[in-house]
Write a protein that binds this ligand. Structure first.
Ligand SMILES: [Zn+2]
Length: 329
């Protein structure tokens, strides 16, 4: 029997009777991060990085959840578990599982580029590595973040000159704070949607990330600076009537999916900025190499294709059925 295995409830460690990012109702859930497709309602108890705890409570209500620090080891029935930075969003972790010298790492969602708000990704050597494959095709290659923000600033300036408000969308948990961290606050007025403000406030109050105070856009429509402003909002505003009050506006989307042709047009956006909180093609391949793992399990959308490609590179690689569909907002 293998130390970790795929079950209908997700990745399971039978020896310790715990699940990683489970689906359905289980007794004990170890959670890599607070995005909705990894941190789900209905489990009896949860263990997550302590920065994920207030976010999970905010989203899931009155759950029984314990926090753990990066690198801290807990032992359950002889199995050692520890959480290590995944660089995906604040509080995100890879979960290392060790028993009798055999080491597994379930990486959850991860990225390698430092985003300025999350603890930077740490390579954790292991024998078995469970990787995501959200962007596991050569078409997904990210530019350095600084270059993407240059593009965003250029777009914002052009809109301001044309008297249009710039609306920029990104997931309210993680991406929005990354945007707010790197937008030039001297460049023009910045506002945020109330869903983004909720997360910002929590990050500040719980000392998770030092996010600058950004006024909410709700109620700011009468302010005279608002035509020159950029507004950070969740993807749910795309194609919604919420946008109407900003006319004339320009809509920009920040997402890894903007690398796909037609993705911007389908969402009625003026601009797509390729900015992702997931590893790109090169980062996935480099990470797998860096862990030293020989056996690789692949979750998420491109698992079949990517596992096949890894086998061609000489790895013992298999797709792993798990129902992760990305943060839905
Ligand atoms: Zn995620």
């Amino acid at each position: 029997m293998s130390l970790l295995q795929a079950t209908k409830n997700g990745i399971y460690c039978e020896r310790a009777q715990v699940y990683i990012d489970p689906i359905g109702k289980v007794k004990r859930a170890l959670v890599t991060h607070a995005h909705a497709d990894h941190s789900r309602y209905g489990h009896q108890s949860y263990l997550a990085h302590h920065h994920s705890v207030p976010i999970m409570k905010h989203r899931l209500g009155d759950i029984q959840v314990e926090g753990i620090e990066y690198g801290e080891i807990i032992r359950i029935n002889g199995v050692a578990f520890s959480f290590h930075p995944a660089g995906h969003i604040p509080g995100s972790a890879q979960i290392r599982v060790e028993h009798k010298g055999e080491v597994w790492v379930a990486a959850g969602d991860y990225k390698r580029e430092e985003d300025g708000i999350s603890a930077p990704f740490e390579v954790v050597p292991c024998h078995h590595f469970i990787t995501e494959s959200t962007f596991a095709l050569p078409v997904y290659r990210w530019k350095p973040q600084a270059e993407v923000f240059d593009d965003i600033h250029h777009w914002w300036k052009k809109n301001a000159e044309a008297g249009k408000t710039s609306i920029l969308t990104g997931y309210s948990l993680g991406k929005a704070q990354r945007l707010l961290k790197h937008l030039d606050h001297g460049f023009g007025p910045i506002y945020c949607h109330s869903a983004v403000d909720n997360i910002n406030t929590m990050f500040r109050e719980q000392s998770i990330v030092d996010i600058p105070q950004i006024p909410k856009v709700e109620g700011a429509e009468k302010k005279d600076d608002y035509r020159r402003a950029i507004v950070v909002a969740p993807p749910s505003v795309q194609n919604s009537s919420w946008l109407n009050k900003f006319k004339p506006y320009a809509l920009g989307i920040s997402s890894g999916w903007m690398a796909l042709r037609g993705a911007r047009r389908r969402r009625n956006a003026d601009r797509g900025f390729i900015l992702s909180d997931h590893a790109d093609w090169d980062a996935l391949n480099n990470t797998i190499k860096d862990t030293g793992a020989e056996s690789i399990y692949v979750t998420h959308g491109y698992r079949e294709i990517y596992a096949r490609w890894l086998r061609e590179q000489g790895y013992d690689a298999k797709p792993l059925e798990a129902d992760y569909d990305g943060e839905a907002d």
